[in-house]
Design a protein around this ligand. Structure first.
Ligand code: ARG
Length: 473
């Protein structure tokens, strides 16, 4: 029995069993080419590797492989030059590229899809794409960390108030504060590289869901594509998107950190704090209030955190309760992932450019630390060293602070006699601990705020950064 020709108007890749054309709305509704064309270069890269492997195992002849590789290479050029005509009728990036290949090289183009399915193809493309993008994100994150380490070294001696509950607590060095940010990012960096390991596993060869009857060699394809190894299980390989969820959770934690830094930058640039100056090129003005200089860049980063959290929730919910193996739901993984990547890259770039340009207003920071009784704990520790129990010392210092508030004077501005009203163990050496410099210098242990510790921590941070980058493939 001869098969009937494909019904006109149905999809040329799968229309064989259909008796009427796809509804025009359904065609648009199910098409992904509008967004998945971003995967085109990875799609071609995957196809070249697949064809190369097929020839290696004898499924394609060398001539067929050469024609396919040459055709795909030309198509890559067309895409890069923006000449490629994308068609919604062809649904997605995979079928657009394949149809163009067949236009160009004829029947051999139709052999490319031997031993694979769009299910393993798309999963492979996203992983290749995400792996490339992770490397870009990783470079920007490193640049930001380097910027913070350098700034911290420059500001190792700069004194500012440290806060708890956003109330002045104890003096710290600005360098120490910057290195706290750096530590958050160091953990994000590790999370990113850890995520990359699980991204770098190859679905290709899983075919639609069960593997293929052709004598494929998945190790060859994996090696050609730089994957660590082929995925173990074909059902899992085509359906798993937890690598994208993992990236989105890395991104959410990173943006949470960047939003905290942003919040502090916004506060610090305000006239009320006046701790730092951001150069004009990172700020914008107001159309109505001529005096304004707004910290838009950190505000926007803070705001963009919301969409990244949203994408994480979106992806988690997309995968929830999906039965094995591939489901069309998975087509919805791309837009959130792309937007997460774009947002992360832009926010990191903004920060990496901005951080080295932060100017500390040292006098203003110093004044703020001096005003808030920030050396009160140092006075308590001094009393303890002279034999007073810590709870009693706390009470004595509390009374001294209350006196200072009434008199509008800091502890360091009181006379020895005034201080001795509250405890007669106080001697004239107390003023060494009541100075801001004495207070920070005394916290001289690993993890403490003393300027020498900040310098040592900065150099360890630099070594850790170099080591992490050196280990990564
Ligand atoms: N555009 C599809 C996606 O992004 C490609 C895989 C389609 N597979 C299928 N069996 N319909 O998920």
């Amino acid at each position: 029995m001869s098969s009937s020709p494909t019904t006109p108007g149905t999809n040329q890749s799968w229309g064989g069993r259909f008796s009427e054309p796809t509804d025009a709305f359904v065609e648009r509704f199910t098409a992904s080419v509008g967004f998945d064309q971003r995967l085109a270069l990875q799609d071609i890269q995957g196809s070249i590797a697949h064809a190369t492997m097929l020839a290696r195992v004898g499924v394609l002849t060398d001539d067929e492989r050469d024609a396919i590789v040459a055709g795909l290479t030309e198509i890559r050029g067309e895409i890069e030059r923006g000449e490629f005509q994308w068609s919604v009728k062809l649904e997605d990036v995979h079928m657009n590229v394949e149809a163009r290949l067949t236009d160009k090289i004829g029947i051999t183009g139709k052999k490319l899809h031997t031993g694979r399915s769009r299910n393993d193809q798309v999963a492979t493309d996203i992983r290749l794409f995400l792996r490339d993008e992770i490397d870009v994100v990783e470079a920007e994150l490193s640049r930001l960390r380097e910027g913070l380490i350098e700034l911290a070294e420059r500001e190792a001696d700069t004194i500012m108030p440290g806060f708890t509950h956003l109330q002045t607590a104890q003096p710290v060095t600005f360098g120490h504060h910057l290195l706290a940010w750096q530590e958050m990012l160091a953990r994000d960096h590790e999370r990113l590289l850890d995520c990359r390991k699980r991204v770098n596993v190859m679905p290709l060869g899983a075919a639609a869901l069960a593997g293929t009857t052709y004598p494929i060699d998945r190790h060859v394809t994996a090696e050609l594509l730089g994957f660590e190894r082929p995925a173990e299980n074909s059902l899992d390989a085509v359906s798993d998107r937890d690598f994208a969820i993992e990236f989105a959770s890395f991104a959410s934690i990173l943006l949470m950190h960047l939003s905290r830094m942003s919040e502090e930058l916004v506060l610090w640039t305000s006239a009320q704090f006046d701790f730092i100056d951001l150069p004009d090129r990172f700020c914008t003005g107001s159309s109505i209030m001529p005096q304004k200089k707004n910290p838009d860049v950190p505000e926007l980063v803070r705001g963009k955190t919301g969409r990244v959290y949203g994408h994480l929730m979106g992806l988690l919910t997309l995968m929830k309760s999906q039965p094995l193996a591939y489901n069309k739901d998975n087509q919805e993984d791309k837009e959130p992932l792309f937007d997460t990547l774009d947002t992360v890259r832009d926010c990191l770039k903004a920060f990496a450019d901005m951080v080295p340009a932060i100017e500390a207003r040292k006098e203003s920071m110093y004044e703020a630390a001096r005003r808030g009784f920030s050396t009160a704990t140092d006075l308590a520790d001094y009393l303890v060293r002279r034999g007073v129990a810590f709870r009693d010392a706390h009470e004595i210092v509390g009374q001294s602070v209350a006196f200072g508030i009434r008199e509008k004077r800091d502890l360091s501005e009181m006379s020895l006699d005034e201080l001795r009203q509250f405890s007669d163990v106080i001697e004239s050496d107390v003023f060494e601990v009541l100075t801001l410099e004495g207070s920070v210098a005394a916290r001289n242990h690993i993890g403490g705020t003393a300027p020498d510790q900040v310098r040592a921590a900065a150099s360890r941070a630099r070594e850790a950064l170099t080591a992490l980058r050196g280990n990564h493939p």
